[in-house]
Design a binder for this molecule. Structure first.
Ligand code: LMR
Length: 335
């Protein structure tokens, strides 16, 4: 780097560090519950990098991964209180807020593939769901991908009946509760940060998550078996405290919106590979035996789980469900 550039960078660095500048700097605390090397973790880091660069240092993003600052339920309360400014909770965690329609994303087999998912989140349904957060003091900024979930346990799981009486950790979603009960299992809502220890001590026998979450929480060390069911989807809503967001200077908000847009593209572009790499790493570790259901077995899983849709119509909303079925049909898939 040329001397002049170095001197300029040094001067700018001093300016940024000066107490006066620091006093005027806008700080955004971005809390989340997963490891940094996950789709969400890397998306948060990318947003930090872009937001600080695009605002010329006027905004500082403090990312707190792995439930360092707040665990699942606490983080939404902290956001509404303004103790943190940004989160990216799983779409399965908005029911306790009163936005139970978000649990449409938890319905088994609701998305035949990610293309249909993106048509939903980028379309009117995605916008309508974000509108439901406004009255809770929350503004939805983006949808970030993770992936399709696999089942894990300490016994071989080939058919739905193998899940009978298994104690299974789930996120705080009534649809996921119904899903596990449809398998004859015993669902237990638990914070993500507590899952590893619960599996290690036998408080629960198994759980579900995309491979990236299973691997980065080292669940493969405490789960002897996993089955590549891909029976459901896990993704995120990036959300901010509405009062904070509306109170930002307009130019800063625009710069942050641009940074969020590009961080969203980045996070969604890496999600599938992050999950593929995590699955490969777990297989290579030899600690968990991975099973791929046969065509007939996969059909048995669908048959066992699809009744959850009818059961959850009243909670999620029949009209909302039908709009997702229409998107799938438009892509050539019949629910
Ligand atoms: C879980 O609680 O299993 C996930 O929602 C964690 C996450 O944020 O991916």
């Amino acid at each position: 780097m040329k001397l002049s550039k170095l001197l300029c960078a040094a001067a700018f660095g001093c300016l940024l560090a000066s107490p006066a500048f620091a006093q005027n700097q806008i700080v955004i605390k971005f809390s989340h519950v997963v490891a940094p090397d996950t789709p969400k973790g890397k998306g948060a880091e990318k947003f930090r990098e872009l937001a600080e660069a695009r605002t010329g240092g006027k905004v500082k993003i403090e990312v707190y991964p792995n439930s360092q600052l707040y665990k699942d339920k606490e983080e939404l309360e902290a956001l509404q209180l303004g103790a943190v400014q940004m989160l990216a909770p799983s779409l399965a965690k908005f029911g306790p807020l009163g936005a139970k329609e978000f649990e449409v994303f938890d319905l088994p087999y609701i998305f035949p593939n990610k293309d249909v998912l993106v048509r939903v989140t980028n379309g009117p349904v995605g916008k309508q769901l974000f509108q439901k957060l406004e009255s809770k003091g929350i503004t939805g900024l983006a949808y970030w991908d993770n992936g399709f979930k696999i089942m894990s346990a300490n016994k071989p799981i080939h058919l739905p009946t193998d899940m009978k009486a298994q104690k299974l950790r789930i996120q705080s979603s009534k649809v996921l509760d119904s899903q596990m009960r449809a398998l004859g299992a015993l669902p237990q809502v638990m914070a993500f940060s507590e899952v590893y220890q619960a599996l290690q001590t036998g408080v629960v026998d198994g759980t579900e998550n995309p491979p990236s979450n299973m691997y980065t929480q080292k669940m493969h060390e405490v789960q002897k078996h996993a089955t590549l069911t891909n029976h459901g989807y896990l993704g995120y809503a990036v959300i901010v405290n509405k009062k904070f967001w509306d109170g930002l200077p307009a130019d800063v908000r625009t710069q942050l919106e641009g940074a969020m847009k590009d961080a969203t593209t980045f996070a969604n572009d890496i999600a599938q590979k992050e999950n593929d790499d995590a699955l490969a790493a777990m297989k290579a570790s030899g600690k968990t035996e991975f099973y791929t259901p046969t065509k007939e077995e996969a059909e048995a899983w669908r048959k066992a789980l699809l009744p959850v849709h009818k059961e959850m119509e009243g909670r999620v909303g029949k009209e909302l469900m039908e709009s997702l079925y229409k998107e799938a049909a438009a892509a050539g898939f019949k629910m």
